[in-house]
Design a binder for this molecule. Sequence first.
Ligand code: FAD
Ligand code: PYC
Length: 413
Amino acid sequence: MPYRLLKFALSRRHPEPRMFRVPAALKPAYDVVIIGAGGHGLAAAYYLARDHGIRNVAVLEKGYLGGGNTGRNTTIIRSNYLTPEGVRFYDESLRLWRDLATDFDLNLFYSQRGHFTLAHTDAAMRTMRWRAEVNKHLGVKSEAVDAAFVKRAIPMIDMECGGHAPILGALYHEPGAIARHDAVAWGYGRGADRRGVEIHQQTEVTGIEVTGGRVVGVRTSRGRIATPKVLCAVAGYTPRILDMVGLRSPIYVHALQAMVSEAIKPWLDPIIVSGSLHVYLSQTARGELVMGASLDPYEVQNTRSTLDFAEGLAAHMLDLFPFLGDVKVVRQWAGLADMTPDFAPIMGTTPLEGFYLDSGWGTWGFKATPVCGKTMSHTVATGANHPLIRAFEFDRFERFELTGEKGAASVGH
Ligand code: FAD
Ligand code: PYC
């Protein structure tokens, strides 16, 4: 270790600045309680304080900040969705992403790479054209491209995919990007903390108190808190919180796994997704390959890793890039994805007064972190759903008005 670093670490005069305070005790009451210190909960807290002047807010986290899906995802950011409502929503998120590092004064390693969704069949090519047209209509840069375009951008790819899934073309989305996920949580956490929000880690919400059809408080592993407003932003734990207030949703939970390779020389600039081969892939600034696949095929509330997943993903990676045969996988992990029937989120007010949901983020919510913070803070502050989230309302399933985004999920799930 360089001497200078050691000196810095041991010096009392130059202590490493903490990202946020560790408040000693819970207050008896807050204006808003947010359950979950993932990107979404912290972003909502940040914008509540910054844009709406609501600072008497507690973010309660049963584990550690960013330790849920925010710190487990493959960091793909894009707005090439299928429905106009989805495209508008995610495109607003991309707009916010671009300014975030400046807002936070923190390097988020936001890196625009371009995003390819490969098509291996005529049917997939048709969906790519469909998405490209919807995107372009709404001013989002996407185009259906042919096989030669793909090969030029990714020279190392085997266009035949071992002979069993030749690549016919792709949807190319220029704004596609990646970012450092932990830094996003830290940036929102620090920004919220500096504006007076309290972040309480190791604090589990165990119950929600309701009187006369409205929220009046929460019970936690560290005592009771009075509050008129609760925002639930707990991803794969959403059904457990909904049970506490007697609400039913169509959310079902599956594990989603991912893995990362050792660092190798930079060779891959764009982000690549293959729905047919169930693979998505990008290379970080450090040279690691970050890879993922489909959901585990059974409902489970457990973040174990499986050999089955690693073998299946490695086999499909080698179909695309046979030269990676000697590259080592160094880590594998899983998160719990809160899936919805239409692959769109469930956001906004609920039939219970004072209880707000930011959920149904399944396998697609990292990219939406900034826009969720913006729209949910507006919704909690005003009590009315932000116009950008109308297509994601809780009661859309009762109305049979789904917002079908399955065709824009990264891979088939
Ligand atoms: P989380 O980050 O999961 O935060 C919720 C927090 O709530 C957790 O920290 C949890 O501990 C806490 N909590 C739960 N219950 C309680 C309780 N009772 N009391 C207190 N705290 C509680 N999305 C993309 O856009 N692009 C991708 O490339 C992508 N890849 C993914 C890859 C994987 C492997 C996974 C698992 C997900 C991926 N996603 C991706 C989805 C994305 O990660 C999530 O949708 C998003 O991070 C959700 O953020 P969040 O803040 O809502 O939830
Ligand atoms: O939504 O782009 C996405 C994504 C990629 C991997 C998981 N989700």
